[in-house]
Structure formats: C-alpha cells, structure tokens
Design a protein around this ligand. Structure first.
Ligand SMILES: *Cc1c(COP(=O)(O)O)cnc(C)c1O
Length: 380
C-alpha cells in the first residue's frame, strides 16, 4: 500500500469529507432538491469572489471559462491588452486572436510581475482597447501580478474591462472583485478550491455585462447570457457536474466556517514557510520579487535537471510536484500551497525536496530547510 501525496499546482489534494460528499448518490439536476444546492453554492461563490454581481459555473476545466471571457466580451476586430508573462498569459493572447480579436501584448520576462505603469501607458496610447487580460497568479512562473494596481488603472477607463484569470488564486488569495473593480474573475475547481478537475467559475460585473450585450461573437455552450438566465432560476442551462457541485457545497461550507481572512493567511503562511526553507537550502526562487501564495517556483541546483527532481520525488517518495514549462522546464520545479493541506504537509514537502536533492548528489544539509519551516510555523 503506497501513500501518495500531491503538491502539484493543480490538481490538488481533496479532503476526505469532500470526497465523501461527492460519493453520495446522484441527484437529478432538474429537481427542487438540486436547485436548493445550486442556490446555496452560488451564494457561497459570491462570498469567496466577494461580489454582489453574478457568478456563473460551468462543467469544464478552467480554460472553458477563459474562453467564455473572450467570446462573450470581444467582437472580431476588437483590441484587447494581454499581460504575457508565462504560459497562461500566452493563453489569453492565443484565445483573443483565435476568435478574431486583436491582442496587444505586454511581454513581461518570465519570473517578473507586470509594471502597472506599462498597462496605464498602453491604455492611454490605444483608447479603443476593450479589455485587459491578466493572471492573478501566473502559475507557470509563480508570479503574483499586481492586480489591485492594474484594476485601479482600468477603472479609470469607462469602456475597458479587466479580466482576471484567477484559476490558481481565487480561493487562496484575497481578490475582492467588487472592492477592487475586477470585472471578470475566472476560477477553476482543481486549483484553489480543493476539488477534482471539472468545474470552472466566472464572476461578471455590470460593466462587463454591457460588453456581453454588445457582443455578437458566435458562442453556444459558454454563452453567459443563457447561463445568467438559468442561474437566476437556480439551475444551469446544460447538465451540471452534479457530484462536483456537491463537493463544492462542502468546500464552501468549510470556507465560510473558517473565514476568508484565515483561509488567505494560511496559504500565505505555507508559501512563506516553503520559500524560506528553499532559501535556507541555498536554492534560488524563480520569482523572488513578486511571489504568489498559491505556488512557489524554485530554481533547481546548477546543473541538476528539474525534471529529474520531479521524477525522483514521484518514483521514490510518491510525491507529485511539477517541473517548469517550456524554456524553464529544466531549471525550475514548482510546489503548490493550494488544496487540502496544512503546515505539517508543507514541512513534509520541504523534507522530501531535501532528501531528493541529497539522493541526486547535491551537497545539502539535511534538516536546514525543515528547521526554517518549523520556526516560521511555530511563530505564526
Ligand atoms: C491551470 C491554469 C489554467 C488552465 O486551467 P485548466 O483547468 O487546465 O483549463 C489557466 N490559468 C491558470 C493561471 C492556471 O493555473
């Protein structure tokens, strides 16, 4: 019997209580009983997205909600500003151009956060830009972009909306949609929601609905107006992922019980423990200036292929983490602080990295990272 542990930046560990909820007998979705569940879940989502606006849910991976955030907002020929600082920023730009709109990219070096002044300048230079697309956490690099500052800029442009891919952020990081003016916030179940893959979320502000009303882009499954009508009647337009939604109800109840402040500060604590532990081992962080709380990208020791670290952790210790992608796949490994985990789980991850590096021949002082993580946990 092998005990497996998952610290990948999606999918993440699911709690046994949530798993049990999802094992309950299937409810039919066109029943009063399930409508009550949808009503409860939508209220819970609004609580976490911190909005009085609409939150829609979809049976898809996170990218489905990203696609909807393009096909419901942009007409062919519209211009959209895309912050491109990693794989997922690239995805925004690809989606925008695939649907015939025109991406204006702000290219940010991988591992760095966007400078909000660059967004301000781009919007002033090109006032017809309809939307700004950004990540709250660029999962491929571990960077947290300054979403709040960018939102302040976009709010000053009456005809421009801000769309935040928060698939690895909403649920772990504080992103108050209404307070900050985040017009669309996209989330996904297998990252920050401690659930299996298969659900995507999008909050939509009144400012964004204006664009939706003007949008003639062909769309069907991800038609937000159709979903808004359905959600108003506590249902979804098409068959919802019933079991995942039962799990979501449990997660949302747990979040309400814990409170948002505690939820966010726990993720921040785990990230702080992990970063400090890696530095205590002499490892560099890939995004030291603007690290996210949901995932940490660590530079592999000089000359040690990060994919080898990932493989060894998996094969010898049955721990799943992720390597970097594209040009950083050999130099960076990534460990998540999302999902059903606690401080001791984080210490386990640190310990596993230590012994793996030692197994692979790096001169590491066993316990140096663990000690640092313990100190931070005990002082928290
Ligand atoms: C994982 C991720 C995505 C893609 O989500 P899928 O569920 O794989 O479609 C998009 N953006 C970010 C920031 C992510 O972390």
């Amino acid at each position: 019997m092998i005990k497996r542990r998952i610290y990948s930046p999606g999918p993440v560990e699911v709690s046994p209580d949530t798993a049990l909820e999802m094992a309950r007998p299937i409810l039919h979705h066109r029943t009063g009983e399930f409508e009550a569940i949808i009503a409860e879940v939508v209220e819970g989502l609004k609580f976490v997205f911190q909005t009085r606006g609409d939150v829609l849910l979809f049976a898809s991976s996170g990218t489905g909600a990203m696609e909807g955030a393009v096909t419901n907002l942009l007409n062919p020929g519209d211009k959209a500003l895309c912050v491109v600082g990693g794989k997922f920023g690239q995805r925004w730009s690809q989606l925008v151009s695939r649907f015939g709109a025109l991406p204006v990219n702000i290219d940010v070096p991988w591992g760095k956060a966007v400078n909000p002044d660059d967004v301000a300048r781009a919007l002033e230079a090109d006032p017809v830009i309809k939307a700004v697309y950004i990540q709250a956490c660029e999962t491929s690099t571990g960077v947290a972009h300054p979403v709040r500052d960018v939102a302040r800029i976009v709010r000053g442009h009456e005809n421009t909306v801000l769309v935040v891919d928060a698939i690895s952020a909403v649920g772990v990081m504080n992103l108050p949609a209404d307070d900050w003016g985040l017009d669309v916030v996209v989330g996904g179940s297998q990252k920050a929601w401690q659930l299996p893959p298969g659900l995507a979320f999008a909050s939509v502000s009144p400012k964004a609905w204006k664009l939706v009303d003007q949008c003639v882009q062909p769309r069907f499954y991800f038609d937000w107006k159709t979903e808004k009508k359905s959600i108003g009647k506590n249902t979804t337009a098409y068959t919802p992922a019933v079991s995942l939604i039962m799990g979501l109800r449990k997660v949302l109840a747990d979040i309400r019980e814990e409170g948002l402040e505690s939820l966010f500060s726990r993720a921040a604590l785990y990230a702080r423990m992990f970063r400090a532990a890696m530095e205590a081992l002499g490892l560099g962080l890939f995004a030291p200036d603007s690290p996210s709380d949901s995932i940490t990208a660590v530079c592999s020791p000089e000359g040690m292929d990060a994919r080898k670290v990932v493989r060894h952790l998996s094969e010898k210790y049955h721990i799943t983490i992720a390597a970097g992608q594209d040009q950083i796949k050999e130099t960076v490994f990534r460990v998540s602080h999302m999902g059903y985990l606690d401080g001791l789980d984080m210490i386990t991850a640190v310990a596993a990295v230590e012994i793996t590096l030692k197994d692979l021949g790096w001169n590491v002082e066993l316990g140096a990272g663990v000690k640092k993580a313990q100190e931070i946990l005990t002082n928290a």
